[in-house]
Design a protein around this ligand. Structure first.
Ligand code: OOB
Length: 550
């Protein structure tokens, strides 16, 4: 496919970030090679199945994966979709691809045909790596359906059983056959190392190009601010396809300082507490709903968590009461992290007063993160007023891939990313997230665009008009509510969910509630009046508990 034009940092910014020593001109996996030389036998990685790799083994595995993928027929610049749980092979495939100059596209295990096909088309992916069966879902069938829908994507790699299907390639056979040879890389550090995906505004998720330079800085600077060192034992409990556990500081930040990463295949309290006790984990990251779940479970669990010093919490707003309980009940320090796959990260710091740690979402990572808080007209708001957060800096992208309309909407002419977050800044520089502008729903830290779901549901025969809105919810922060003007007999919530499932949409985007109306209010520009709908709120909860499986 023809290369989509990437919007990158103008040369004067690139030069400044290099001169400041933020951008080091190194390939993203080079720090692993460094550690393999410095501490070859140090434990780098261990997963829930007990599979472990020293730094020398991790470095060797990345080389073997790199040469295997090239021998398989992939070329530098090709894109490979990675959709795997937190297992060793996710890490080796990620670093092996990057080292070979094959660009991984990070997809969540919860994504289905709609999301994966969209990201595969947008990236022009030629290969797709999945597991066999995970949580009773057959990812091989999903991969085959996506292959049928996306002509560029022909090569499917399975970590696990191929089930005898000759059109699927087995990871262990492919990589097992590779010779041991260090891959020599001469990759341009200003080029794209990997693609993350956005939570989505105005439709389906978009591709976020992260370069070797900016992503290495992202992880290294995060590790420094969070005090990670070679004694750090980091537990990745959230999906490693997400920026937070991957590089904030996460897996990559831990490797940069020579610590140890533990991978949790699933984030249930049993699994996580067991791993913390077994591996003497010192730090982990959670979204607020997960942190609350751990807190509840801790009432009945006496696993030895004495090694744990910090829980980083981010992805959605953390209630101060939950932050306080993590301190008082778990005896663990909380660090709030307000970040985005597009770049900007904010952290509360170790020495911050406790009230700032519990009630703010931290302050920017880099001295060169530029922050503006603006009103509807793009003018700076007064001190301590709420405004929309705009940002640019050494690790915040300048544009999405192949998304000219989104770029027009989400980036200013002078390169600021319009986050859509409504934020207040305290005199200390700490930011407090007060809400969101626009159409994004943040359901327990899983984000999606209401417009995307409205578009699918408009095809439902019983739906004449529809608006999907985020409504306050005690356990999820926000739940989604479908406000429906029916054609005739109203559809049930179950009907809508079944319809979305048949379309191959990720389950977390299914509405939690439904409200039947005679009319959907519109603004004077003819758009759905979300503010008015929200004010009327979704009181008719016919779905039962929102956290129940869809
Ligand atoms: C993280 O990244 P994304 O890309 O999944 O979501 C970004 C959005 C932000 O724009 C904001 O709306 C929300 O998620 N968010 C928070 C938050 N952290 C993220 N809202 C309130 N409080 C927080 N602490 O979610 C992400 C990426 C890197 C590190 C941490 C989170």
């Amino acid at each position: 496919m023809s290369e989509p034009t990437l919007r990158m940092w103008p040369s004067e910014f690139a030069q400044r970030y290099s001169e400041l020593g933020y951008w080091r001109g190194r390939e993203l996996t080079a720090p692993i090679r460094d550690q393999a030389k410095l501490n070859p036998n140090k434990l780098a990685l261990i997963d829930s199945a007990g599979k472990s790799l020293s730094y020398a083994e991790l470095d060797g595995a990345a080389d073997r994966v790199a040469s295997s993928l090239l021998a398989w027929g992939l070329k530098r610049g090709d894109r490979i979709i990675l959709q795997l749980p937190n297992i060793t092979e996710l890490v080796t495939l990620l670093f092996g691809s990057i080292r070979a100059g094959i660009i991984p596209v990070m997809v969540l295990p919860t994504h289905r045909e709609q999301e994966v096909s969209h990201l595969a088309r947008g990236s022009g992916a030629v290969a797709y790596a999945v597991t066999d069966i995970e949580a009773s879902y057959d990812f091989r069938s999903l991969a085959k359906r996506v292959r049928q829908a996306v002509p560029s994507l022909q090569k499917l790699l399975v970590v696990g059983e191929t089930g005898g299907d000759p059109t699927l390639t087995s990871y262990s056979e492919l990589v097992g056959a590779a010779r041991d040879a260090a891959v020599v890389t001469d990759l341009d550090a200003t080029s794209v190392a990997l693609f993350l995906h956005s939570g989505g505004t105005g439709g389906l998720p978009k591709l976020i190009p992260r370069t070797h330079n900016d992503y290495e800085y992202n992880a290294r600077a995060s590790a420094e601010v969070c005090g990670f060192d070679d004694a750090t034992i980091y537990l990745a409990s959230l999906s490693a396809a997400h920026n937070f556990p991957l590089a904030c500081p996460g897996i990559l930040g831990t490797f940069i300082v020579g610590g140890t990463v533990v991978l949790a295949r699933e984030p249930s309290p049993d699994s996580v507490f067991g791993l913390i006790a077994k591996h003497r984990v010192t730090v982990t990251a959670a979204v607020p709903t997960l942190a609350s779940l751990w807190l509840e479970a801790r009432e009945f669990d006496d696993a030895d968590l004495s090694s744990l010093r910090v829980i980083q919490v981010g992805g959605a707003k953390l209630a101060p009461s939950v932050a306080a309980r993590i301190h008082s009940f778990l005896g663990v320090r909380v660090q709030q992290v307000f970040g985005m796959a597009e770049g900007l990260l904010n952290f509360t710091r170790d020495g911050d007063p406790i009230d700032l740690v519990e009630t703010t979402q931290g302050r920017p990572l880099s001295p060169h993160d530029e922050i503006r808080l603006v009103d509807d007209m793009g003018a700076d708001v007064a001190d301590q007023e709420v405004g929309e957060l705009w940002t640019r800096g050494p690790y915040t992208i300048r544009g999405y891939v192949a998304a000219p309309e989104a770029n027009q909407r989400s980036f200013t002419a002078d390169g600021f990313y319009r986050t859509g977050d409504l934020v207040r800044r305290l005199p200390s520089g700490h930011l407090v997230v007060e809400g969101r502008a626009g159409d994004q729903i943040n359901r327990g830290a899983e984000k999606f665009s209401s417009v995307e779901i409205e578009e699918y549901l408009l095809d439902h025969p019983a739906v004449r008009e529809i608006a999907v809105i985020g409504v306050p919810d005690a356990s999820l922060g926000q739940a989604s509510c479908a406000v429906v003007r029916p054609v005739d007999a109203p559809p049930s919530l179950r009907d809508l969910k079944d319809f979305l499932r048949s379309r191959g949409v990720a389950t977390y985007k299914f509405p939690d509630r439904i409200r039947i109306v005679d009319e959907i209010p519109l603004t004077r520009f003819g758009k759905i009046d979300r503010k008015r709908l929200l004010a009327e709120s979704c009181t008719e909860d016919v779905s039962g508990p929102v956290a129940s499986p869809a």
